[in-house]
Design a protein around this ligand. Sequence first.
Ligand SMILES: Nc1ncnc2c1ncn2[C@@H]1O[C@H](COP(=O)(O)OP(=O)(O)OP(=O)(O)O)[C@@H](O)[C@H]1O
Ligand SMILES: [Mg+2]
Length: 236
Amino acid sequence: MKILHPQTNKQQDTKDAIITVVGLTRVYPVRPPVAGLKDVSFDIARGSFVAIMGRSGSGKSTLLHQLSLIDTPTGGTIHLGGVDITKLSDSDKSDFRLKHLGYVFQEYALIVELTALENVYLPAMMLGTEPKKYTKRAKELLTLVGLGERLDHYPSELSGGEQQRVAIARALINDPEILFADEPTANLDTVSSQTVLELFSKLNKELNQTIVMVTHEPDDKRYVDRTIVLSDGVMQ
Ligand SMILES: Nc1ncnc2c1ncn2[C@@H]1O[C@H](COP(=O)(O)OP(=O)(O)OP(=O)(O)O)[C@@H](O)[C@H]1O
Ligand SMILES: [Mg+2]
């Protein structure tokens, strides 16, 4: 399960595919069955910033959930950094998620009883990283997202945009190969949305961070290298 780190990987050809999807299908076993994704195939290059777009119900979240190991497809294969993740056991999947992937959700998903700093270092703590090391890194990341002065504040003491920036810092704590975001700006006002997208763009350009983001905002296209458009579970 060895895959390369984006920062140590800078010399590498960025055209390398970090995600390879072949014949991906997800049928939900409801009655009658619903095909959320139908035979989707594509590659995503390492170091790219990709948007997944399409109308409501077109399969955007379904696709993101398959790519990010939140859900299991009913057909097809997904390779992340050369690893066929559809073949991993449940415990290997949890391990893979924690070590290699970062997540940003629409609703922030911060733990309300923990401060910004504690929220950010939690995934590193779960990996067994040394406390001194993860505290330092968490402070650096909160500074990077512009919240260096708000380390000890609880989520309820932060605005929506600030909470989302804490969530981004948390997503980066274990140096993920891929950052996944599902409509990260859907709950934010225009200014906070712009801040989040500019931050993603900076992470992508300066740290070569691979980012896959679901969005329904046509304007977001200007921040990304590439758009994958879905319609009724099919890639356009
Ligand atoms: N757990 C589920 N059980 C049954 N059907 C589902 C389930 N999750 C999603 N679907 C169906 O799969 C299709 C794709 O849903 P998905 O959530 O991926 O859409 P989306 O593009 O993310 O939409 P939105 O923009 O509204 O978030 C829809 O028809 C939806 O009703
Ligand atoms: Mg969705």
